[in-house]
Design a protein around this ligand. Structure first.
Ligand code: UDP
Ligand code: MG
Length: 306
């Protein structure tokens, strides 16, 4: 059995040596292994650190992107190149404890094809991240046909056959958590306590988080498109009754007809807003189709050692 560990890293220079050491310590106890670092276009010395580690340890391999393509694509690239019978993906910042490798492998040996992890205690995650993540997972489970357990990250074990299926996904808008849930197979989860980041700061800026959430929802659900239909329907009903009222006023209460500009202004502004939202939603999906039809590669590799 060969174990592959995929570690995406974006400006993680301070973490590389430590994570490489801790993961190889754990992996050596398990059997033959490979660690695949995916340098996601880092601008610091991450790649140099990885190369230094790879020089001393032949089990350490790497891919280096030509620019920053994003976390999901880095994980995808690692999965594309992994040769193991099972592949574990984890973050480079040591928030995902390497001691759990053994536990993941044991579940796999019990016959599970996918072993995901759920963070037990999200105390160290921060109030904002915690709340937004709860809202996001509740929402996506409700409006799409994937069910992602709360607190799931890209720290999981996948059997080789699952990885083979994942490689067939050529879509540009990757939301690996959703795809893994969508794939099915025999899945189980283990709980773990999330650790504090070892070095550096989070690479998921608010912008990246929002974009991740929009990607997640719009790649797995067309419910947002229906929202505009529902709003349109409700507004039409209101407008229908309001029209009745206008006609009534016109016929029987002609004296109060002139001061109507308030209601006109309100309805024009309101409808304008609703229309813009709906257009934006349609644009979001249309833009996705535009990009997917171009069928571009998910990432570009500049350097690699495999
Ligand atoms: N990451 C990446 N590309 C990016 C952003 C992040 O490869 O554009 C990596 C990062 O190096 C880390 C993992 O994805 O290994 C998770 O990122 P981070 O720890 O910053 O996110 P958080 O734990 O704060 O959600
Ligand atoms: Mg982190």
């Amino acid at each position: 059995m060969i174990l592959s560990v995929v570690i995406p890293a974006y400006n993680e220079a301070g973490n590389i040596t430590v994570i490489a050491r801790q993961v190889s310590e754990q992996a050596e106890k398990i059997g033959p292994y490979e660690i695949i670092f995916v340098d996601d276009g880092s601008t610091d010395s991450t790649l140099e650190e990885i190369k230094a580690v790879a020089k001393n340890n032949t089990s350490v391999k790497y891919l280096s992107f030509s620019r920053n393509f994003g976390h999901q694509k880095a994980v995808k690239a690692g999965l594309d190149y992994a040769e193991g019978d099972c592949v574990i993906s984890m973050d480079a910042d040591l928030q995902h404890p390497p001691e759990l490798l053994n536990e993941l492998i044991n579940k796999w040996k019990e016959g599970y094809d996918i072993v995901y992890t759920v963070r037990k205690d999200i105390r160290s995650v921060g109030f904002f991240k915690k709340t937004t993540s709860i809202i996001f997972y509740k929402l996506i489970s409700k409006i799409s046909d994937v069910n992602i357990p709360l607190g799931v990250a890209d720290f999981r074990l996948l059997d080789k056959k699952v990885v083979d299926e994942l490689r067939k996904f050529k879509e540009n808008f990757l939301f690996i958590r959703g795809i893994v849930s969508w794939l099915g197979y025999k899945q189980t989860g283990i709980e773990y306590e999330i650790q504090d980041r070892y070095a550096g700061s989070t690479k998921y800026t608010l912008r990246k988080m929002i974009s991740f959430a929009i990607q997640g929802i719009t790649s797995f659900s067309i419910a947002p498109l229906r929202v505009s239909i529902i709003i349109g329907f409700i507004i039409s009903i209101i407008a229908f009754f309001y029209t009745g009222y206008i006609i009534y006023v016109k016929l029987y209460m002609q004296s109060i007809i002139i001061p109507g500009w308030t209601s006109i202004l309100i309805s024009v502004l309101f409808l304008g807003g609703v229309q813009l939202i709906s257009l934006g939603l349609i644009g979001e999906y249309l833009g996705k189709m535009f990009i997917e039809t171009k069928n571009r590669p998910n990432y570009v590799i500049n350097e690699k050692k495999l």
